[in-house]
Design a protein around this ligand. Structure first.
Ligand SMILES: C[S@@+](CC[C@H](N)C(=O)[O-])C[C@H]1O[C@@H](n2cnc3c(N)ncnc32)[C@H](O)[C@@H]1O
Length: 392
């Protein structure tokens, strides 16, 4: 670990060529504490994500989805949703549904016409939105939090992550699709009970940790020692959640760009022959969240899926969660989603594959199941299921 000066801790710098996940942007200050700098000098934050077990009774009611966006949750959690609050919320929803208009000016530049800010907006914002800035807690200690009791209870997931990373480090943040997949796991937990699971591109490990609460064994895989160390730290931080269901999460290196598992005993996070055999013998679920943002990586991930499913003893179900990201491109002079189109084409190719060993069947899962985590379930979030059925 690097030596961290007081000044460095107090003045984390965010560069402009970095990306920041909405999950962290909207995470209230109270739940996000800066704890240290990691081995490459990035500020590490510890966030507390609350599991909303009490929404379950309302699972089939449409109101669950509508009532657990972060803003509303904060109204509710403070029991502040009086008449005035309700009116504000309604007004805000009306305004939101008007949306924003995207227009091109004479030169073809994109002009975004934003809805006017009304007085009620500003008031509501003051009431609801925490300003985004880190709270610096303690150097080198990850486990200090104002309310110690919260640390080990069964409805808090603690995740160390960085914020505003360059693209090659996006796995060190938590992405919204990971929450969608986590919600689905908790909603369908009987389906996953006692399963052996493989996660590809697990990042901070949050989805594997949630899966570890119900499954028997989860291999949470990714690349980069730094990231894998952070992921392992998160598994340790949440051990008590997994112990309840006697599940375990093993953090392993799995690079989609390589043909083989890393078995070098000298390498950190490498696989033993027993672990590879265990995976092939028992794995029936593969999952991945927010891993389709680069066409080359999408192809590599599908090649990995193909290879692994062909080596499994049993049929297997693959769950892929993603957020469709829309971009305006000059080339198309329109809003497009190229990474998503490539994903859909590759998914189609997989389904149409003539293969004597495995039949792949693809189906979308409607994202209307109840929410256990607090985030905005935007319509761009999608969940796909692939059944890889062994034919022989
Ligand atoms: C956007 S992040 C998603 C992380 C996490 N699943 C989530 O949703 O919070 C994409 C993940 O894919 C991983 N990844 C990228 N290239 C990879 C490769 N060649 N092999 C394995 N994982 C890779 C990244 O390291 C990163 O963790």
């Amino acid at each position: 670990m690097v030596d961290v000066t007081e000044e460095e801790m107090d003045n984390p710098t965010f560069k402009s060529d970095t990306v920041l996940s909405d999950v962290h942007l909207h995470c209230p200050n109270k739940r996000r504490l800066m704890v240290r700098l990691n081995a490459v000098g990035q500020p590490v934050f510890l966030s507390y994500f609350k599991l909303l077990w009490n929404t379950e009774g309302l699972a089939s009611e449409k109101c669950v989805r509508e009532s657990t966006t972060e803003r509303e949750y904060q109204y509710r959690s403070g029991d502040e949703l009086g008449d005035k609050g309700r009116k504000k919320l309604r007004k805000e929803k009306e305004l939101n549904s008007e949306g924003v208009e995207a227009l091109l000016d004479d030169d073809g530049d994109l002009e975004v016409v934003r809805r006017p800010r009304s007085a009620s907006d500003v008031e509501a914002e003051d009431l609801l939105r925490d300003r985004v800035h880190p709270v610096i807690l303690m150097k080198g200690r990850e486990d200090a939090f104002e309310d110690e009791q919260e640390c080990t209870c069964s409805d808090i997931v603690k995740i160390e992550h960085t914020m505003a990373t360059p693209l090659e480090d996006v796995g060190k943040q938590v992405w919204r699709a990971a929450f969608l997949l986590a919600d689905y796991i908790l909603f369908k937990r009987d389906t996953f009970r006692c399963c052996s699971v493989l996660e590809l591109g697990g990042g901070t490990g949050i989805t594997s940790i949630i899966m570890g609460m119900v499954a028997k064994r989860v291999y949470c895989t990714d690349v980069g020692e730094d990231l894998l160390a952070m992921c392992e730290q998160n598994v340790v931080l949440n051990k008590h959640l997994m112990e309840l269901g006697r599940g375990e999460v093993k953090v392993k290196k799995l690079d989609w760009l390589k043909e083989e598992f890393c078995t070098d005993p000298e390498a950190l996070y490498s696989w033993s022959e027993e672990e590879i055999a265990d995976l092939h013998e028992h794995c029936t679920v593969i999952m991945a969240a927010d891993v389709f943002y680069d066409d080359g990586l999408t192809d590599a991930l599908f090649r990995t899926l193909y290879r692994i499913t062909h080596n499994l003893r049993n049929s297997c179900t693959v769950y892929l969660a993603l957020e469709k990201r829309l971009n305006f491109t000059l080339r198309h002079m329109d809003v497009t989603c190229e990474a998503y189109s490539h994903f859909r084409n590759t998914l189609n190719d997989l389904e149409n594959l003539q293969d004597r060993k495995i039949k792949y069947t693809v189906e979308p899962i409607k994202a209307d199941f109840c929410q256990f985590l607090i985030y905005e379930r935007i319509e761009q979030l999608e969940l796909w299921k692939i059944i890889a059925e062994q034919l022989t």
